[in-house]
Design a protein around this ligand. Structure first.
Ligand SMILES: [Fe+2]
Ligand SMILES: [Fe+2]
Length: 470
């Protein structure tokens, strides 16, 4: 029994360490060093296996070093995931950088891709013979069909079920994969609601804000939304959430989309996501038994965040976001901080397009975007506004459209490629003959179909997962 408690505590410690890795420079640096070693050694071993038999003593030292780098990583972080994305390598979400010279010799991504593999997760340390087996498997020709599944089977047969192989991450995915990504995102999003509610409930009770659960959640959101189209999924997942969680999560999600389009690193995205999660935290405070009014919610938010000890960069960015998220871009008080400018756009978009009971949203999604674009350079950062428009497109998710051929449809996708800026994937609400489809019926405007009219959803009940229109 004490053993299992000790194990549980150890696991918890590692989970917290993982969540902390973004804020703890020392830890992040060590993980990067070990990750670089692991990737470099793995790469070298695969190179050597092309010309040397695996029992050659030349393998001894690198195999041993691989084993000890892996062991230390596992001790620091728990399960270690090595992932190749295009020509970049990540270890547990941290991007690994190499010297220019080394970088050119790294072909690990290609070597893994031959087997339909994008990355590996190591759940336990490996001994020398096991490492040699992995090298043998990856340097052998890939299986004729489903090479990744074949590889996983061989790993299990060799007693290495603790090693899992993952499919490649891709920037463009379609069909079943998109479906899968969408489902994953939806699950994370739904699970987020209770975390958000829990965090804010303890704040209301005057506790110290802990960014750890929030940061963990943001990492999951970043991962799950990496390749799917999160905007519409998020909107449809939020039925069961309390309003505060709906707004908080949507602003976080939209902010992450803008941040990603702006090319922020994963570490900065995580900071941005956490800042967005706390942007309206002031509303959890009470004044004379009532929630703090709008005029004072940013100051109340600062007071909440300042209870947290320490003063690091991520915290400073959170404070600035809370303070400045309603500032205009051309504010006389000076240029708001980057994260505040991003959250400002996400915040206003959500407020203006959110369905309110019995009233519908203030603006349809295309109208909202057009209004906001007109304020670029005044209320909003012009470059970020442009990025936001590029993501959302001419008919952002939620737009209800009449097509020239008589279909009434709901836009359910953001922009998938520059060519589809004004051609979203749509869900059919009504067919030209006036009938409503029984199940889900989709129309991809990229395959044809012209928009005749954008409907104003005022007074309409939300559609898509909520029932029909008016
Ligand atoms: Fe606010
Ligand atoms: Fe807000």
């Amino acid at each position: 029994m004490p053993d299992s408690i000790a194990t549980a505590q150890e696991q918890l410690g590692k989970t917290l360490a993982r969540a902390r890795a973004e804020e703890d420079r020392e830890l992040a640096t060590r993980v990067r060093e070990l990750g670089a070693q692991l990737a470099h050694l793995f790469n070298g071993l695969l190179h050597m296996a092309r010309t040397h038999a695996l029992n050659n003593t030349a393998f001894d030292a690198p195999v041993r070093d691989f084993g000890s780098a892996l062991r230390e990583l596992l001790e620091l972080l728990g399960p270690a995931t090595l992932q190749c994305v295009e020509d970049q390598i990540f270890v547990n979400d941290l991007r690994i950088r190499f010297d220019k010279l080394i970088e050119q010799s790294i072909t690990l991504g290609t070597d893994l891709h031959r087997h339909g593999v994008g990355g590996l997760t190591f759940n336990a340390p490996l001994d020398d013979p096991e490492i040699r087996t992995i090298v043998r498997l990856f340097s052998s020709p890939p299986g004729p069909s489903e090479p990744r599944a074949a590889l996983q089977t061989e790993l299990a047969a060799a007693g290495m079920s603790s090693v899992q192989v993952h499919p490649p991450f891709r920037f463009r995915i379609t069909g079943e994969e998109l479906h899968q990504a969408t489902r994953e995102f939806r699950e994370v999003y739904l699970a987020s609601a209770s975390t958000v509610a829990g965090v804010f409930a303890t704040l209301g009770a005057d506790r110290l804000p802990s960014p750890l659960p929030v940061r963990r959640l943001v990492h999951q959101l970043i991962d799950a939304s990496r390749f799917g189209d999160s905007a519409e999924v998020a909107r449809r997942a939020e039925d069961a959430m309390p309003p505060f969680a709906q707004h908080t999560l949507m602003v976080t999600n939209l902010s992450l989309m803008i941040g990603r389009a702006a090319g922020l690193s994963d570490a900065s995205l995580a900071d941005l996501g956490v800042a967005a999660m706390f942007h309206d935290v002031g509303f959890t405070m009470r004044e004379d038994g009532y929630s703090v009014p709008f005029e004072r919610h940013t100051r109340a938010g600062l007071r909440v965040l300042l209870r947290q000890r320490g003063f690091h960069r991520a915290k400073l960015r959170r404070l600035l976001t809370v303070l400045q998220h309603h500032y205009a871009f051309d504010d006389t008080r000076g240029l708001p901080a980057l994260y505040a400018r991003i959250v400002h756009i996400a915040d206003d978009y959500d407020i203006l397009t959110r369905y309110r009971p019995d009233q519908g949203p203030i603006l349809s999604t295309p109208d909202c975007l057009a209004r906001m674009a007109a304020q670029a350079g005044k209320a909003y950062d012009p470059l970020l506004t442009q990025l936001f428009c590029n993501i959302m497109g001419r008919f952002p998710p939620g737009a209800i459209l009449s097509l020239v051929d008589g279909h009434l449809v709901l836009s359910i996708s953001t922009v998938r490629s520059p060519e589809t800026f004004d051609k979203p994937l749509c869900k059919v609400i009504r067919r030209p003959d006036g009938s409503a489809p029984e199940g889900d019926e989709f129309l991809d405007l990229a395959d044809g179909g012209r928009v005749a009219k954008v409907h104003h959803p005022q007074g309409l009940t939300p559609v898509g997962g909520h029932g029909g229109v008016g």
